[in-house]
Each structure stands twice: as structure tokens, then as C-alpha cells.
Design a protein around this ligand. Structure first.
Ligand code: HEC
Length: 157
């Protein structure tokens, strides 16, 4: 193969690759590529490294929690665009939040997304990217304390 042909072939391959990246990907895939490494396949998290996402929906029940969930660096600084970030967040909240009484590894059909769940929009993500939460760890601790206080979540061990 001549040098020129090789270059043309490479350019064609790159074009195909970027076209498939630009194409809307299913949220599972967005999660796998961008979040899975820290939050693990079913959102179980890595103790001491990244929190589980299986109860992330609890944050929506306390004031400031909705903003918090999309202000964490993993979300607000993700390489995804606003629409894809909103999509993967909504997917996480819908598919990982199970009834606490259920064995999560077995029955994934029973989830706790309330009927009035309002999906995140691309605009909200855009907003979260420009407003900086002062201290993520502090903000999280405050929200978790509020959830425990309101009996939304049991105290953390
Ligand atoms: C490098 C590891 C890492 C990656 C990658 C990552 N996260 Fe996170 N995530 C964290 C950590 C650590 C926290 C706890 C808050 C903090 O200190 O930033 C967190 C918190 C969260 C929270 C709030 C839940 C809670 O209990 O505090 C959500 C929601 C979240 N991440 C979603 C995502 C999504 C969606 C992606 C992919 C687009 C992602 N994360 C990628 C490490 C990561």
C-alpha cells in the first residue's frame, strides 16, 4: 500500500470512528465509558473511592440535593455534552435505585424512582457547569445528614 493510500484509509477510518461517536449512544454505553470505572457496573461504587449510586435518588428528596447530584466533578466535568450527561444521569436514577428491601443483585425490576420523578434537562447540566459548589464533601455530608434526620436514609456506617 502506498503512503498516500494508507493516509486516505486512515482518514476514512477516523471519519467512521468519529461519526459513530457523534451518533447518540445509549445511556448504558455512556455510563460504561465515562462512569463505570469508579461507580462500577451496577452503581455499587468503590468503598473509599466513589460512592454507590444505588441510592442517589435519595438526594432528590432534600433541598439542594437535585443541584448537588449534577455538581459533583464526575458529572459537571464529564467529557459528555449536556444532553448526554442529562441522559446518563436520568438512566442512573431510574435503573440503579432499587427498593431497599430488595436484593439488588437479583431483582432489578423494583426500583424506587418516584412517579413524579422529573428528569434532568440539558439546561440544568449547563447551569451546574457554570455554578461552582464551594465544597463538595461538605455539601454531601450536609445533605446526607438531612436525609438521616428525615429518615430517608439510615445512618452511614
Ligand atoms: C474518577 C472517579 C469518578 C468518575 C469517573 C465518576 N465519578 Fe461520580 N463520584 C465520584 C466521587 C469520588 C464522588 C463523591 C463526590 C466527590 O467527592 O466528588 C462521586 C459522586 C457522584 C454522584 C453523587 C452521588 C453521591 O452519593 O454523592 C453522582 C450522581 C455521580 N458521581 C455520577 C457520576 C456520573 C454520571 C459519572 C460519569 C459521567 C461519574 N460520576 C464519574 C467519582 C467518580
Amino acid at each position: 500500500m502506498t503512503r498516500r493510500r494508507r493516509a486516505t484509509l486512515l482518514a476514512a477510518m477516523l471519519a467512521i470512528a468519529s461519526a459513530s461517536f457523534a451518533h447518540a449512544e445509549p445511556p448504558e454505553q455512556l455510563y460504561m465509558l465515562n462512569c463505570w470505572g469508579c461507580h462500577r457496573p451496577h452503581g455499587e461504587g468503590i468503598p473509599g473511592t466513589a460512592p454507590a449510586l444505588t441510592d442517589a435518588i435519595d438526594f432528590l428528596r432534600v433541598k439542594g440535593g437535585r443541584e448537588y447530584l449534577i455538581s459533583v466533578p464526575g458529572v459537571s466535568q464529564s467529557a459528555l455534552d449536556n444532553a448526554d450527561t442529562a441522559e446518563v444521569m436520568n438512566w442512573i436514577l431510574k435503573s440503579f435505585s432499587q427498593d431497599r428491601s430488595q436484593d439488588r443483585s437479583k431483582d432489578r425490576s423494583k426500583h424506587r424512582t418516584s412517579a413524579d420523578f422529573r428528569p434532568y434537562t440539558a439546561d440544568e447540566i449547563a447551569n451546574a457547569r457554570t455554578t461552582h459548589l464551594m465544597d463538595i464533601k461538605k455539601a454531601r455530608a450536609k445533605l446526607v445528614a438531612e436525609m438521616v434526620e428525615q429518615k430517608i436514609r439510615p445512618p452511614e456506617k
